[in-house]
Design a protein around this ligand. Structure first.
Ligand code: BES
Ligand code: ZN
Ligand code: ZN
Length: 469
């Protein structure tokens, strides 16, 4: 999609945002629209509500309204007018408009005879071209490229997107890029490095498990580095604790965390961000078969703790446990974030609107919360009190991979991961609900959202400000 500025756009569809006021013919109430046709030109007035209640996300939605109307009218382009607000800088509005149009025009078309045709140009209009326009737009385009890449990987069949495919994809993306080093460990190297949990989860897989490491050095003079770990279960059948009925249907998306990590590192490189990041994609297939790991197995993790497997469907925390402790030891990062479609119970708590967050560091979780509001990829923290940690103690090993009580599943998952990060400041994001939609919502179509990429870039920009202080 092209995004341009024009003082007087000549497009056939013009979208005009209107703030709420009782005196006007169109009252501008939030969510209301009014369309006027003047010859060949359509003008769409979109109510934005009162400025004091206005959230930047309304501008993502505004661009999307134009996009859909433009699609219905079979237009190649449409325009949206800027409004002057006290509350938000013009650049933030431009960014939100661009994001709404870009995210909204994504579709997973690989297997469709006929692709949906959206307008291919958004014209933003106003009195004068804002100073930062070109750089804001170019940044939004780059970010969206990686968001779309993540969405494509998550939406595609697990038949194709398996651990070795993700390894090949990562190596290809960074093949000519000196700032990013890509390495990977297969099954025998996982075992050699004592990542028994990781190797075990993937041992019935057709494609061997892979730990894919992406080292991005954007600020060589700094010792700070942030470790980003993603759950990359390319298909989760549940293992021998097989998932029942339809609950297996969308489990090709259980690698969303890994896709998001790949997309973040790709964007960091594309934007030349002055920060050091380590991405770790923990990829495996959780399948059944004679080699499958079994309920009741007791296995030693990388950090020496013994784990009783109480349910083979709680596999994500097992691959993440080894990845977290291995990477903490190998890289000694200053901060750790993990992204995982970890628990069904997170969807029960938050639906698909908000990701669950567990952390051991209030400053970090606060910063993630704020980043979430800005990106409109929202997160909400759940408590990690010691009682929850008691619930994952085993009678016959150090830990069990599910809670004894079966309650508070999302917290139990976080409590388990906490045992593997040592004392590093850490945030765990359970993206089970937000990563993949079963029906379209707002400017997202059905399927993968890429949730976590824009969130993390907001978070990283805050981190860079802190590190420069
Ligand atoms: N991948 C699933 C979680 C999930 C469910 C993600 C639905 C997206 C949509 C995860 O591996 C899982 O199966 N978790 C179990 C844990 C339980 C056995 C303790 C769950 O949530 O039921
Ligand atoms: Zn599972
Ligand atoms: Zn899973």
């Amino acid at each position: 999609m092209k995004i341009e500025f024009n003082v007087s756009p000549k497009s056939f569809l013009e979208v005009i945002p209107v703030l709420e006021s009782a005196s006007k013919e169109f009252n501008g109430k939030k969510g209301k629209t009014k369309t006027m046709v003047k010859g060949s030109k359509t003008i769409l007035f979109a109510g934005m509500g009162k400025e004091k209640d206005l959230d930047l996300n309304e501008f993502r939605k505004l661009a999307f309204i134009g996009l859909i109307k433009g699609k219905a009218l079979e237009l190649n382009e449409f325009s949206v007018e800027l409004i002057d607000l006290q509350k938000f800088a013009e650049e933030k509005i431009i960014q939100a408009l661009a994001e709404g149009a870009l995210i909204g025009s994504y579709s997973f078309a690989k297997y469709k005879k006929q692709e949906e045709k959206f307008p291919s140009k958004l014209i933003i209009s106003g009195k004068k071209k804002p100073k930062g326009f070109d750089s804001v737009v170019s940044k939004a385009l780059k970010v969206n490229d990686s968001v779309s890449m993540a969405r494509d990987l998550i939406n595609d069949s697990s038949e194709i997107v398996n651990p070795s495919y993700l390894e090949k994809t990562a190596k290809k993306i960074f093949s000519r890029i000196r700032k990013v080093k890509v390495t990977s460990l297969g099954r025998s190297q996982l075992l050699k490095n004592k990542m028994n949990l990781f190797a075990m989860v993937g041992q019935a897989g057709l494609s061997e498990p892979k730990l894919i490491l992406l080292e991005y050095k954007g600020n060589p003079s700094s010792k700070e580095k942030t470790l980003l770990v993603g759950k990359g279960i390319t298909f989760d059948s549940g293992g021998l604790n097989l998932k029942p009925g339809d609950s297996m249907l969308f489990m090709k998306s259980d690698m969303a965390g890994a896709a998001v990590v790949l997309a973040i590192i790709r964007t960091a490189n594309d934007l030349n961000l002055k920060i050091n990041l380590i991405g770790a994609m923990a990829c495996a297939e959780n399948l059944i078969g004679e080699k499958a790991y079994r309920p009741g197995d007791i296995v030693k993790a990388f950090n020496g703790k013994t784990i009783e497997v109480c349910n083979t469907d709680a596999e994500g925390r097992l691959v993440l446990a080894d990845t977290l402790s291995y990477c903490v030891k190998k890289f000694s990062p200053s901060k750790v974030i993990d992204y995982a479609t970890l628990t069904g119970s997170c969807i029960g708590t938050f639906s698909f609107h908000v990701a669950g967050m567990i952390s051991n560091d209030l400053e970090l979780s606060n910063s993630m919360y704020q980043a979430g509001l800005n990106a409109y990829e929202r997160v909400w923290e759940l408590p990690l009190y010691e009682e929850y940690s008691n619930d994952i103690k085993s009678e016959i090993a150090d830990l069990r991979n599910t809670s004894k009580t079966g309650e508070a599943g999302t917290i139990a998952g976080g409590a388990f991961l906490k045992e593997f990060i040592g004392d590093k400041p850490w945030v765990h994001l359970d993206i089970a609900g937000t990563a993949f939609l079963k029906k379209p919502f707002s400017y997202y179509c059905i399927g993968a959202t890429g949730f976590g990429v824009r969130l993390s870039l907001e978070f990283i920009s805050r981190l860079m400000e802190d590190e420069l202080k």
